[in-house]
Design a protein around this ligand. Sequence first.
Ligand code: GAL
Length: 420
Amino acid sequence: MKKSFLNACLAITAAVLLIGPQAGLAEKLSGQLEIFSWWAGDEGPALQALVDMYTAQNPDVEVVNATVTGGSGVNAKAVLKTRMLGGEPPDSFQVHAGQELIGTWVKADRMEDLTELFKAHGLMNVFPEGLIKNIGTEDGIWSVPVNIHRSNVLWYAPENLQKWGIKAPATWDDFFAIAPKLKEKGIVPLALAQNWTANHLWESVALASLGADNWDALWSGKLAFDSPEGIKAWELFGKVLAFTNEDASSLSWQQATDMVVDGRAAFNIMGDWAAGYLNTTKKLQPGTGFGWSASPDTSGQFIFLADSFGLPKGSQNRDNALAWLALLGSQEGSDAFNPLKGSISARTDSDLSKYNDYGKSAAADFGKDRIVGSLAHGVSANEGFMNDFASVMEMFLKTGKADAAANAAQQIAQKNGIGK
Ligand code: GAL
């Protein structure tokens, strides 16, 4: 009995020494923590759950939750850039795993290496290998992933489909067979929102057209954007766009999702933050209130992206930020955040009983599907390419010229070192 008590004491002492100040065990944290993201309003509840946990663990730290609204960080990223370049980084900021992190902020030498934090908190082996490659380089580990989202999901309202006597299309041909009939009834076949959602739709359509191998080949520089395959992807995209709403550019992604819920539109292709919005905000139940399937012609393929937070060089409240990052990486933090967010945990030991049917199905797919990286959400290309791609998209939305878009995409790929 005495011996086991002694052993327990030794174990606790060892844990305190090992984890040390980063876990807030040796010293009480105080002051401020400024976190920066685009998760406000409808996108806020999951982040708030983490902030609440952090505040319960560190009651003397005031969390400044700096958010700049705008889906996929369209506005936040510009503000972040100004702050980083101006030498006023937040203590920790949201950044997508992949090239948005590595090819942008790590390349510019703006991030701190988190290897010690990963070791101290047992994070070295809890994330899938494919994900580690998107947050680490030979020189270090650069962010803590908080989730895995799926991009290529088709959303619908089961009751509406039943009413209209249609099924979710498994292929684009299926879609083109039902879309004109929906249009005749005054129903928008595919709801679209502001321009970043066109990029989002493009990646699902391009994957359908190219297949996973060619998709990967685009980003490793082995397949040219202006190859016949590349042009074909834009052609298919043009055909799909013909069945979207004309007021798209003035809508948020939530408004496009609303169109599906209230029956103004039949389908929407959006990342599974839509599941978070539909369930957490709209209180709809997966399976009955909303339905989903892989976007047409991408069954068995999973376009992934991961939100993560990093520690910029020059963080004013470094210890507070390290405690924040440790919480994001923990099983407890992750499983509080993700069921509200619509994403699955980035950890392989997640407690699936905490997730709804959508989350469970996404986790199952992630375990068996072919995984490819998202362009629209930072995995495949750096910020330079993404900014230029926005102009290519704008041009295509105006002109519909597939070969011109494919040529322009090839030029910006070369300019931004894609595949280098
Ligand atoms: C993505 C982000 C998601 C979600 C979405 C819509 O880029 O990874 O977590 O916020 O934008 O804003």
